[in-house]
Design a protein around this ligand. Structure first.
Ligand code: ADP
Length: 328
């Protein structure tokens, strides 16, 4: 059976982008069709300014949301990255096969680094090496497929390069993984700035739908989404990014096609209204299950404990082999 690995960073509350780009498929497809591991990748949350208590709280909240979204601990492994030492252990070895030039070319590093500098903050070295730790997350489990939104495509490409390079130089240790992306909504855009990605840690003020937002809040955010001054509903990601984003979101909710949906609407108002209702309905079961799970923290703890134990058991022998192959 093929192996799947993916993760989510506890740097903020999970968003509609995380759900449509990744988490929904983990629950609907990957946990049924593969041996799947899903991790709250908390070490990655330390790459930017962070508050320790908040990271801990958000990690638990992210794990609870993953379960509420339908990840079933009987079918897949859910765990917190820092509970499994092998990620950091393998990351160092991979740092010894990657180059600084490769890291500096990463789009996410360029963008986040520039943002930090503009805010007068220093850039943590771990922000530069982040993609290597992500490669370790993936390679430690002999992963075949990495289901992610398309913002992560470049990092998975790098992971492939590092795996191939290590295997050629030190002997075959790693499976070379490939990224998979959803057909629709692989990159959900910010509702207030539809030229940038809806990302949980860059709140633009009303442009992000959080998975635990109240229905009224979701409706308000979508009704106020930035479009353009045109009238016709057209699917044009370049020319009309705001409208195209709404069409993608609605299509994802209805398992439809954004281009075909464009023909159905005569006004932006009607499109927004239907999109808002579709999102509220899509997220309703998740909100309800989240409330039940939040009332039972012992259950979440037990899932994470068992998940880490299984993950450790899989990663340990593989990372040991890598240590041996590289000469340690
Ligand atoms: P964020 O950018 O919100 O911090 P993460 O790095 O935690 O996201 O990513 C978790 C998963 O969600 C990844 O697979 C990522 O590709 C996906 N993802 C994040 N934002 C979006 C988005 N706006 N649209 C589609 N997928 C997304």
């Amino acid at each position: 059976m093929k192996r799947t690995f993916s993760g989510v960073k506890p740097t903020g509350h999970l968003t509609l982008g995380n759900y449509l780009g990744a988490v929904r498929r983990w629950a609907e497809v990957d946990q049924h069709e593969s041996d799947a591991l899903f991790s709250v990748v908390d070490l990655h949350a330390l790459t930017v300014e962070h508050d320790p208590a908040r990271v801990r709280r958000l990690s638990r909240q992210a794990a609870t949301i993953l379960l509420a979204a339908g990840l079933d601990p009987e079918r897949c492994t859910v765990f917190v990255q820092s509970h499994v030492d092998e990620h950091a252990r393998l990351s160092y070895l991979l740092e010894c096969t990657a180059t600084d030039g490769e890291m500096r070319r990463m789009i996410q590093y360029k963008e986040k680094g520039a943002r930090a500098r503009a805010a007068g903050e220093s850039v943590r070295l771990s922000l530069l090496t982040y993609p290597v730790l992500m490669a370790a997350d993936i390679l430690a489990y002999a992963t075949d497929e990495v289901p992610v939104g398309d913002d992560q495509a470049q990092h998975v490409e790098l992971t492939r390069d590092l795996a191939v390079r290590f295997n050629q130089r030190y002997g075959h240790v790693f499976t070379v993984p490939k990224a998979t992306h959803p057909q629709v909504a692989a990159r959900v855009m910010d509702l207030q700035d539809p030229t940038s990605k809806m990302g949980k840690s860059n709140d633009s003020g009303g442009g992000i739908v959080y998975l635990l937002d109240e229905p009224e809040v979701i409706r308000r955010k979508i009704m106020r989404a930035v479009t353009d001054s045109g009238q016709d509903v057209e699917y044009d990601r370049e020319g009309r990014p705001g409208v195209a984003n709404l069409l993608e979101i609605l299509a994802a909710c209805e398992n439809g096609n954004p281009k075909a949906l464009a023909g159905v609407y005569q006004s932006y108002g009607a499109l927004k209204k239907d999109t808002a209702e579709a999102v509220v309905e899509l997220l309703r079961p998740l909100r309800e299950r989240h409330a039940q799970l939040a009332a039972d923290p012992g259950f979440v703890d037990e899932v994470l404990r068992a998940g880490a134990a299984r993950a450790r058991g899989l990663a340990r022998p593989l990372v040991d082999r890598a240590y041996e192959a590289i000469g340690l």
